[in-house]
Design a binder for this molecule. Structure first.
Ligand code: FEC
Length: 314
């Protein structure tokens, strides 16, 4: 009796990457800066931020590991006729995107799908991940398809709606319309606007979809975590938004929902939970932040769905 081999698909799950220990911070930062080492002051500033979040622990590594495992489990449970094997490919740390592609080829994978753990497409973010993976796959003769964005997937919106509702409920005794909701994402250099990059519009679409579902009208979008690179970055920055909320007496209660991020990591745990929280306290505002998606089953549902859709294309 002949046994037909089950179809095997490699899934390259790409994420930003983080150091594994404090002594790797310099190499990591140098990679982010495209090979330019940071000054001692810049290095100290970044190391201090990692130390401030959880004493120099790097939560993004464990969170990405768990997301990759959970996605593989969900894909194989949902689509039992195919075997999905997930590989990690990190932008700025090991295993790098290219390492992930190479491992798939070494394991005999001939067909693969790439997906980034960031829902919104920018040529400078997701576009950069895809370019690197595609180039490596082409050089090794691996056929790859890519998920570009999934910012309006119903399961993603549902997961975010649940978080906003839960966040609003934390303001006990405060009416929903007395809380200002601010959706945030990582800023990028302003030059993306000239390129007609979809990133700002996609972020607004996600924000509007959540606001409509939650029935909130008192919201806005703000940027966070802009770099100090000597060129203008997209604004308004979240810290300026908090100042405006106070100055214009828009609200005394603020809920931040970082829709551009899917895990607990430096940009959430430091830039929002420490830096923005300090500004809010100084301004006399009460600030809460929605829980990160991490391995929420609805997020895994989103990812498994968009990955599978790529395998069904002609
Ligand atoms: O927890 C961690 O260890 C890593 C957290 C982390 C995430 C993240 C996500 C995004 N970034 C994006 C764009 C840029 C651009 C620059 C840039 C710089 C940094 C630095 C650190 C850093 N990023 Fe990041 N980013 C994270 C961490 N990022 C650390 C360097 C020091 C600093 O500025 O704080 C500027 C590069 C340059 O100098 O030219 C641009 C975008 C995302 C969201 C999409 C994604 O996850 O890929 C966009 C998480």
């Amino acid at each position: 009796m002949s046994v037909t081999q089950q179809k095997r698909i490699g899934v390259l799950v790409m994420s930003y990457g983080t150091p594994e220990s404090l002594d790797q911070v310099e190499a990591y930062y140098t990679h982010i800066r495209r090979g330019n080492p940071p000054t001692p002051e810049q290095l100290k500033d970044l190391t201090d931020r990692y130390e401030a979040i959880v004493g120099g622990f790097f939560p993004l590594r464990e969170n990405t590991d768990k997301q990759v495992q959970a996605l593989e489990a969900r894909l194989n449970e949902k689509y039992p006729d195919t075997t999905f094997v997930c590989y990690q490919g990190l932008k700025h740390a090991s295993p790098f995107i290219e390492d992930g592609v190479e491992r798939m080829v070494q394991d005999g994978i001939t067909e693969a799908v790439g997906v980034v753990l960031a829902p919104h497409y920018s040529v400078m973010s997701v576009g950069g991940y895809i370019k690197r993976a595609q180039e490596k796959a082409d050089s090794l003769g691996l056929s790859m398809r890519f998920v570009k964005s999934y910012h309006l997937h119903p399961a993603l919106i549902e997961a975010l709606v649940q978080r906003v509702e839960e966040g609003l409920n934390r303001f006990e005794g405060v009416a929903k319309d007395e809380v200002k909701v601010i959706f945030t994402a990582h800023s990028l250099p302003e030059k993306i606007l000239e390129m007609k990059d979809p990133y700002p519009d996609q972020l607004l679409e996600t924000s509007k979809a959540i606001a409509e579902r939650c029935g909130i009208t008192h919201w806005q979008f703000g940027w966070q975590s802009a770099g100090q690179t000597g060129v203008p970055w997209l604004g308004p920055d979240i810290l300026d938004v908090l100042h405006t909320v106070k100055k214009e007496k828009q609200a005394e209660h603020v809920l931040i929902c970082p829709i551009g991020f899917v895990s607990d990591h430096l940009e959430v745990l430091y830039d929002l939970d420490i830096e923005a929280q300090k500004t809010a306290r100084e301004l006399g505002l009460r600030l809460e932040r929605t829980r990160s998606l991490n391995t929420d089953p609805l997020y895994m549902e989103t990812l498994s769905d968009v990955v599978y859709a790529q395998t069904e294309r002609d």
